[in-house]
Ligand binder design. Structure first.
Ligand SMILES: [Zn+2]
Length: 257
């Protein structure tokens, strides 16, 4: 029985396999990203009914004797139902799942990132119209935990961070900002001073205090644009959900490459 493991995870991707099985990808605190096979899940087996859905938080028991571990049973903790009922919150949650799916690997569990994921899903279910703001806060923590926190402390050339040097621009290739007085190259991402200050706070605050931060439309748009371009530069791919998000009424993202 030593092959039986019990773990709590959030489902970040589901795929149908053959006629009756389902391949589940989850993110967990202890084991990072993991893939599990749910045999017979496409048939309405009682033990899986309505449990193996995207975004759901579950406790699962699986047998890791196999190359692709098989789920024995699953117990639903929270399905975050309300966020599935709004197109924009659904898209925001898909985007977060996509980030976890493409960035994370097996055995890179991170307690703070897992807590941040649960915080994001709970807050989004509670206030489904706040997708943009919650996304900015989640992605701030996400890149920070990965070790890619953008350096927004001051202009990388002159060291200034005040209104006389505003507006600033983020340089994806450097991960730093530069002020208008120094040089703003083509393709740099515009950032107003209040956006820089809000993002700097988001990097520093513990997850449970993130909800204190309120971002206006401009800050959301600038920050999302930064994370989209920065993520695309780092990972060399654009997440599919960015495109959907920009047509989901979540403020038109200025970046449209
Ligand atoms: Zn400068």
């Amino acid at each position: 029985m030593q092959n039986l493991k019990t773990i709590r995870l959030v489902i970040i991707r589901t795929q149908e396999l053959g006629e009756s099985d389902k391949l589940i990808t989850g993110y967990s605190r202890e084991k990072g990203k993991l893939q599990l096979l749910a045999k017979g899940a496409q048939r309405s087996l009682k033990r899986f009914v309505n449990k193996l859905e995207l975004f759901s938080c579950l406790t699962v028991q699986y047998n890791d004797k196999y190359r692709l571990p098989i789920i024995n049973w699953a117990e639903l903790i929270d399905s975050f139902l309300p966020l599935r009922q709004h197109y924009s919150s659904y898209t925001a949650a898909i985007l977060v799942c996509e980030h976890l799916y493409y960035w994370m690997t097996a055995d890179d569990g991170d307690e703070e990132l897992f807590n941040c994921l649960l915080w994001f899903l709970k807050e989004l279910a509670r206030q489904p119209t706040q997708g943009s703001q919650l996304l900015v806060l989640f992605l701030s923590k996400f890149y920070d935990r990965l070790g890619y926190r953008p350096d927004l402390t001051a202009c990388a050339v002159c060291g200034k961070l005040d209104n006389t040097a505003a507006p600033f621009a983020f340089r994806t290739g450097h991960g730093t900002i530069i002020c208008r007085r120094c040089y703003v190259e083509r393709g740099a991402i515009p950032l107003a001073l209040p956006t820089i200050k809000l993002l700097s706070l988001a990097f520093e605050l513990p997850v449970k205090k993130l909800s204190r931060l309120k971002l206006n439309t401009q800050a959301c748009r600038e920050a999302l644009n930064l994370f989209r371009c920065y993520g695309r530069y780092l990972l060399d791919r654009d997440m599919q959900a960015w495109q959907t998000l920009s047509t989901a009424g979540e403020g038109s993202l200025p970046y449209n490459g």
